[in-house]
Design a protein around this ligand. Structure first.
Ligand SMILES: Nc1nc2c(ncn2[C@@H]2O[C@H](COP(=O)(O)OP(=O)(O)OP(=O)(O)O)[C@@H](O)[C@H]2O)c(=O)[nH]1
Ligand SMILES: [Mg+2]
Length: 680
């Protein structure tokens, strides 16, 4: 030790497509660095990452886990993120607080595409990142080909930092040559790789690839370019400086490879992280925070656990926070360091740390926490959550749980801003909105596991409406003589269509007192009663009713009688007006890599969609977007189909556009189903 104060902890987010081996890589990192003495497996259900019951049950990541370790006396927090695109919000939240991202992928050319949305997000936010090509023990493809495919989806140049050594009968990978140090390592089962002399047959490839690496770096530095032109080879320390500086600015992406399951290449990756990861101050700058000022922490994850209570996972950007301190007006009941589900209480935590604060009421994911409760001036506010793509209607299995459900839902949204809930006034359903079926199923599981509320979910109803196509006159007469006091009202109306979106209008054209003024509002009320359910069973819209004549009786007329007469006029008249179903049409913008655009077109036309146009997606090289009108009834599982068509990367944006007439077989089916539902 040199008596230097210890460097602040750094944070690396492990991201990448579904099943690429992120949790396995974390397990290997923790094992290699000594944080755990035995590696867990999916089968054993004992990995540090993906440790919540919802993840164990599915053998996949559904939310982030944090693990603390030390490597060569430096402190690290690794954040293992779920790979499924449906839990993309989790990964995004974590990336915004990380010093570096490790993008884990498989050596499979076709899957390179899966990294496109991640590369885009990282570059949009200038987050330094490295690629780790995992599962090399099983690779069927040459690293150079994988690299080329990955380059196709990364805006920044990828710089291969190692070349593989192949040997043995099966041509398997046995080690690598490091391109900066030019040292050759042979993988050793169960221990660190051993240094060996560079085999002769690797020398040419090594020299070529190293040259390419230097040329890529020279694109950012004229002095280096001159050196290369003069055939001067820069010092190793100089090359490291170039690599590090460019990585910090997200101008290059270093690429390493290995096999997490065998701990191959993991120490090499850790060393690169150690030397090349910027300190938390750089990430704090990305969050637009000044270096000086009161302590600040940013929440990137919230969890409500049954026994522990609420945990707010945060990165401390500035200063020190002690147990008992006030943050945003509430007291920190505890500070925990995490190793997956295992926690260690800390009396205090300083800048750079990733910790979980216990029971911060009212604090949610994305919040910046300070002792004064004031948001640091100018601090980056997070962009809005991912827009919802899929909905289910939700009901508590037990009626008694309904109140509990409401507060449980509020907690779910606190945990995951890409979930939302809506009480639909028209269909009287409680809708849960999210990123896909799995996302919502996991949310439902959490309601059961964390809030002890069992729910049922179903496909949401489409809020159909109906209108009329032609005008008609109608007469509503209500007359009843029951013993003493009778009831009498008589109205004459003209029912007429209005333009689409025109709503409803009631026009009073009574002249000469055929109906006394005070009864006229009751006629309108009677019509409005009827409007809630037209002849086809849905709310009536886009029409007007003119009240032009009528009769009354001095004794027997009443508000009630005129209300009834108004409704009778509608019951009699409306069927003559050619009622027609209206269905909601959405405008959707579907984004897919351009090789999938034909499939996307077929998907839209196969769902009664109307294509309005398509163009290259701005800012997304190689992607197209297609604008179309699509009936809401066809939107329910659109994201499911779109993903299965596009290896999971296709997505869309939507908004309500208009209501359109629907006739024919589909309309008949909807009307008869409605009648059955309403018990006709
Ligand atoms: N052959 C081989 N398989 C591996 C390696 N690393 C991981 N796997 C396997 O890949 C599968 C997925 O591993 P995980 O670590 O769960 O993947 P993940 O990226 O965390 O997955 P999600 O969290 O669901 O996105 C498991 O079956 C692992 O056994 C490796 O180095 N070689
Ligand atoms: Mg995982």
């Amino acid at each position: 030790m040199h008596g230097r104060p210890p460097a602040p902890p750094r944070a690396a987010a492990i991201v990448g497509p579904y099943l690429s081996g992120k949790t396995s890589l974390l397990e290997s990192i923790l094992f290699v660095t000594g944080a755990i003495s035995r590696k867990g497996t999916h089968k054993g259900g004992d990995t540090v990452g993906d440790n919540v019951p919802e993840a164990r049950a599915r053998k996949m990541g559904v939310e982030v886990s944090v693990a603390r370790t030390a490597f060569l006396d430096e402190q690290w927090n690794f954040i293992d993120c779920p790979g499924s695109i449906e839990f993309g919000q989790e990964a995004r939240n974590a990336l915004l607080v990380a010093d570096i991202a490790i993008l884990v992928c498989e050596p499979v050319i076709e899957r390179a595409l899966l990294l496109a949305p991640l590369f885009k997000f990282l570059d949009d936010h200038s987050i330094p990142h490295m690629v780790f090509i995992n599962k090399m023990d099983n690779a069927q493809t040459r690293v150079s080909d994988v690299l080329q495919a990955l380059q196709g989806v990364s805006d920044r140049p990828l710089i291969l930092r190692q070349i593989p050594l192949r040997a043995g009968e099966d041509g398997g990978y046995t080690g690598y040559v490091d391109l900066v140090s030019e040292r050759t390592y042979k993988y050793q089962p169960g221990q660190a790789s051993s240094l060996i002399p560079m085999p002769d047959d690797a020398k040419e490839t090594e020299a070529d690839t190293r040259r390419k690496m230097l040329e890529s770096l020279a694109d950012f530095d004229d002095t280096l370019l001159e050196q290369l032109l003069e055939d001067t080879v820069p010092e190793k320390a100089e090359i490291f400086r170039h690599l590090t500086r460019n990585l910090h600015q997200d101008r290059i992406v270093p690429v390493f490879f290995g096999a997490a399951e065998r701990d191959n290449g993991v120490r090499r990756l850790l060393k690169a992280l150690r030397h090349e990861t910027p300190s938390h101050e750089i990430a704090a700058k990305r969050a637009a925070l000044e270096p000086a000022g009161e302590p600040v922490a940013e929440v990137f994850k919230t969890m409500h656990l049954p026994h522990t209570g609420k945990l707010s996972f945060a990165r401390i950007w500035r200063g020190e926070i002690a147990e008992g301190a006030a943050l945003n007006g509430t007291r920190v009941a505890g500070i925990m360091q995490m190793l997956g589900a295992q926690t260690t209480k800390l009396p205090r935590a300083g800048a750079g740390e990733v910790v979980a604060f216990l029971r911060l009421e009212g604090v949610k994911t994305g919040d910046m926490l300070t002792p004064s409760g004031k948001r640091p001036e100018g601090a980056r506010s997070r962009e809005g959550a991912l827009k919802p793509l899929f909905a289910l209607s939700l009901t508590a299995e037990k009626r008694a749980d309904e109140v509990k459900l409401t507060s449980a839902l509020a907690r779910l949204v606190e945990e995951d801003p890409s979930l939302s809930f809506e009480q639909n006034m028209e269909t009287h359903e409680l809708l849960m909105w999210g990123q896909g079926e799995m996302h919502l199923n996991v949310a439902a599981d959490r309601l059961r596991n964390r809030a002890n509320v069992a729910v049922k979910s179903a496909r949401p109803q489409v809020p159909y409406r109906e209108t009329i196509r032609r005008p008609a006159q109608s007469h509503g007469r209500h007359k009843r003589q029951t013993g003493g006091h009778g009831q009498f009202a008589d109205v004459k109306v003209t029912i007429e269509p209005k333009e689409r979106g025109g709503g409803f209008e009631f026009l009073d054209e009574i002249v000469g007192g055929a109906i006394p003024r005070n009864f006229i509002p009751s006629v309108e009320e009677g019509i409005r009663d009827y409007m809630k359910r037209g002849p086809l069973g849905f709310p009536l819209v886009d029409f007007q009713v003119k009240l032009y004549d009528g009769q009354f009786h001095d004794v027997d007329s009443s508000d009630m009688a005129f209300r009834t007469a108004g409704r009778i006029a509608m019951v009699e008249g409306l069927p003559k007006c050619e009622p027609v179903l209206l269905e909601p049409i959405f405008k959707v913008t579907i984004a897919v890599p351009n090789s999938f655009i034909a499939g996307a077109q077929r998907l839209v036309t196969g769902r009664r969609g109307q294509i309005l146009g398509f163009e290259a997606k701005p800012g997304w090289p190689g992607w197209d977007q297609l604008v179309a009108n699509l009936p809401q009834a066809e939107m329910y599982d659109l994201i499911v189909e779109l993903r299965s068509l596009t290896m999971g990367v296709g997505t869309f944006e939507w908004q309500f556009d208009h209501m359109a007439e629907l006739t024919g077989r589909i309309a008949e089916k909807i009307v008869s189903e409605r009648a059955a539902q309403q018990g006709h």
